[in-house]
Design a protein around this ligand. Structure first.
Ligand code: 5GP
Length: 120
């Protein structure tokens, strides 16, 4: 993925230019299934407006960060995992494996999730 694709990919998904399996959307946020799911439920939640990562979003617009987390909880309800439990992950930069530089929450669940952290 080129640097420019890595920045604009999810703006193109939100605009409907790249097809996506949409789970939920509202004025500020947009949720769609990850193309390479890492769990039975794996949904990405993004703000319509792009910030590079969660720290930039928190600094610039704390209300929008709260909206994003509320949408993650809504997705968990819609996907039937609110009771069984789920994980919300924000990868940030290289060591965390961030590949798309439009802040996104991964909502993962639907089965027992593994430990996470160091490889191997
Ligand atoms: P990151 O690695 O930046 O935390 O997460 C980016 C996620 O976006 C990855 O899990 C990847 O599978 C997903 N992804 C990449 N391109 C697309 C796409 O075109 N459509 C969808 N739905 N997901 C994508």
């Amino acid at each position: 993925m080129s640097e420019s694709d890595a920045e604009t990919l999810f703006e193109r998904v939100v605009a409907g230019e790249i097809p996506a399996d949409v789970v939920y959307e509202d004025e500020a946020t947009f949720a769609f299934r990850d193309i390479r799911p890492q769990a039975r439920v794996h949904v990405l939640v993004v703000p319509r407006k792009r910030y590079r990562n969660v720290a930039e979003l928190a600094a610039a617009d704390p209300q929008l960060l709260a909206d994003l987390v509320k949408t993650a909880a809504k997705v968990a309800e819609l996907e039937g995992v609110a009771e069984s439990g789920y994980r919300v992950v924000f990868n940030t930069d290289s060591d965390a494996g961030q590949t798309v530089f439009h802040v996104h929450a991964h909502v993962l669940g639907g089965e027992q999730l593994g430990f996470f952290g160091r490889l191997g």
